[in-house]
Design a protein around this ligand. Structure first.
Ligand SMILES: Nc1ncnc2c1ncn2[C@@H]1O[C@H](COP(=O)(O)OP(=O)(O)OP(=O)(O)O)[C@@H](O)[C@H]1O
Length: 240
């Protein structure tokens, strides 16, 4: 059963049509990855789904009282900001130490609560942001390019974490990635967006292929897979 659906949505930024007649949906416990080139409307679609982006046309249908957790793209942390991870997780609403410990553990960020936010590595910060999104007990997690700045093993580890989170808390996950060819094999479905939905389908797991192993090694635990992208149709962007 779908928990959220975009129905024929069109979004303009000024005169520019960024998304045109896009329909997609996510079911309970489903992991969906959106791929597409820069500027193809991925972030705009995510923002529309959480209700922070006005629609020009179409509608968003959500299951009643759907709880969502959103991790935006590239949060900048001011190095001069003297704030610990625990304090950051208690803004704007206070959470007890037990809850903070639990979400940090679920995000693979055990023991970071007393560290200064500005001193975290890119991978640690991503996990803390994920922990923050978990505080609201989301039924749907939306993550905008969560592996930006991570190396290949770091990305693979993050994707495995997402899969175990789904098992642990039973949430659905919608991820955005700009990497067309590298998506996680844990994705149930990949949506390729380029102002419109170009195509969608299941990612092909190629972890056992020699070419794949030569490229990525075997240390990624099969978390990375190749999505075969067939561009068998013509894109007319003259309307954009
Ligand atoms: N607030 C805004 N005002 C005007 N134009 C915008 C605004 N937000 C986004 N756009 C434009 O909409 C288009 C889609 O942007 P969006 O951020 O959704 O793309 P994206 O696929 O997430 O890109 P990237 O991979 O670079 O993050 C871009 O051309 C962008 O310049």
């Amino acid at each position: 059963m779908s928990i959220i659906a975009a129905e024929n949505i069109t979004i303009r930024h000024g005169a520019r049509i960024v998304l045109k007649d896009v329909s997609m949906s996510i079911s309970e416990r489903e992991i969906v990855t959106i791929v597409g080139p820069n500027g193809s409307g991925k972030t705009t679609l995510l923002r529309a789904l959480i209700g922070s982006q006005p629609l020009t046309q179409g509608s968003i249908r959500r299951a009643s009282n759907l709880r969502t957790g959103y991790v935006p793209q590239g949060l900048h942390v001011d190095p001069a900001l003297p704030i610990t991870v625990a304090r950051f997780l208690s803004l704007p609403r206070r959470h007890d130490a037990g809850t903070i410990k639990e979400v940090l553990s679920q995000s693979g960020a055990d023991g970071l609560q007393n560290r200064a936010l500005s001193e975290l590595s890119g991978g640690q910060l991503q996990r803390v942001l994920l922990a923050r999104a978990l505080l609201g007990r989301p039924q749907l997690l939306l993550l905008d390019e969560p592996t930006t700045g991570l190396d290949q093993p770091g990305s693979a580890a993050f994707y495995r974490r997402i899969e175990s989170l789904r098992q642990e808390i039973g949430c659905a996950v919608l991820l955005v990635s700009h990497e067309l060819h590298v998506v996680m094999s844990a994705s149930d479905r990949v949506i390729c967006l380029n102002g419109h939905v170009c195509c969608e389908g299941q990612p092909d797991a190629v972890a056992s292929a020699p070419e794949y192993r030569a490229l990525f090694g075997s240390g990624t635990g099969g978390a990375l897979a190749l999505y075969r992208h067939d561009h068998d149709h013509f894109h007319d962007h003259s309307q954009h």
